[in-house]
Design a protein around this ligand. Structure first.
Ligand code: SF4
Length: 267
């Protein structure tokens, strides 16, 4: 690493730590949504070293690649911070699969966003409930859908503040940090998977391709968000709400209401 890049990285690390401190002091309790991608491994390391009162969680969609499960295990061994894993509501997944098929997400953008809603968005909402802020590893130059992001903004859809401490970091910064601090990372990154998600929806990229080209590669770039980061991608998500996604949401409300009634009955 050149001296100039080293200085720049030091400044970005200090800025990111300051953002984490501000979040923890002004918005406690704060959670970090750890996707286990390279950026989020940098944040895992920063939080473990500097701001351990931020709680960490990951979403297990049930369709993750083996390498991601290996990394979850490694994080548990290397860091003493607990990583809480949230799973989808089984009734919702069963409902989705019976309507659309086990791989129905390939059939249309609506079906794909419906699957992401059931496997990611609904568990995310449970994970965020009751917190004052959440932390993500989103970077501005990752995708066309992320150009308008801010370091800190109110996430009206989830009702809490959202912080993106690595917003101005480059891909090079992320990997310089990982090498410098010997941070564990997903081994798929070594096989040309710069952006990781569920196994059936992620492929490797070739040199020169956009870093998110391997995510939902059969769709237009404008659609490439899963609904976890709703605000800046609202248009794409709302565009998918007409049929199956709307049906999934309605079903979620219905099943959640049933679950609530059952809990009350057994209380
Ligand atoms: S990334 Fe693919 S498998 Fe994972 S939740 Fe979204 S559509 Fe479903």
């Amino acid at each position: 690493m050149s001296t100039d890049h080293s200085k720049e990285l030091d400044r970005k690390i200090a800025d990111a730590i300051a953002v984490l401190r501000r979040a923890a002091s002004e918005f406690a309790p704060v959670v970090f949504a750890n996707s286990l991608g390279a950026e989020d491994m940098v944040l895992t390391d920063l939080i473990a070293r500097h701001q351990r009162d931020i709680r960490m969680f990951s979403l297990d969609t049930g369709r993750l690649p083996k390498e991601t499960y290996d990394l979850i295990q490694e994080v548990g061994q290397q860091y003493t911070l607990p990583l809480q894993v949230y799973f989808p509501n089984n009734a919702l997944v069963e409902e989705y699969v019976s309507r659309h098929g086990i791989n129905g997400f390939y059939d249309s953008v609506e079906n794909r966003k419906g699957c992401c809603f059931v496997r990611k968005v609904e568990p995310l909402r449970r994970a965020l409930a009751g917190n004052g802020a959440w932390i993500t590893g989103m970077r501005r130059d990752q995708a066309v859908t992320r150009g308008t992001l801010e370091v800190s903004s109110f996430d009206a859809d989830n009702g809490l503040q959202k912080f993106n401490p690595l917003l101005e970091w480059s891909h090079k910064d992320v990997w310089a940090y990982i090498r410098l601090y010997d941070v564990p990372y997903n081994k798929l990154h070594d096989q040309f998977y710069p952006s990781l998600g569920c196994a059936p929806c992620t492929r490797s990229v070739t040199p020169g391709e956009d870093i998110r080209a391997g995510r939902w590669w059969w769709e237009d770039p404008e659609n490439k968000e899963c609904g976890l980061h709703v605000g800046h991608a609202r248009k794409a998500v709302q565009g998918a709400s007409s049929t199956s996604l709307q049906a999934s949401r309605e079903r979620i409300i219905e099943i959640a209401a049933q679950a609530g009634a059952q809990q009350e009955a057994s209380a």
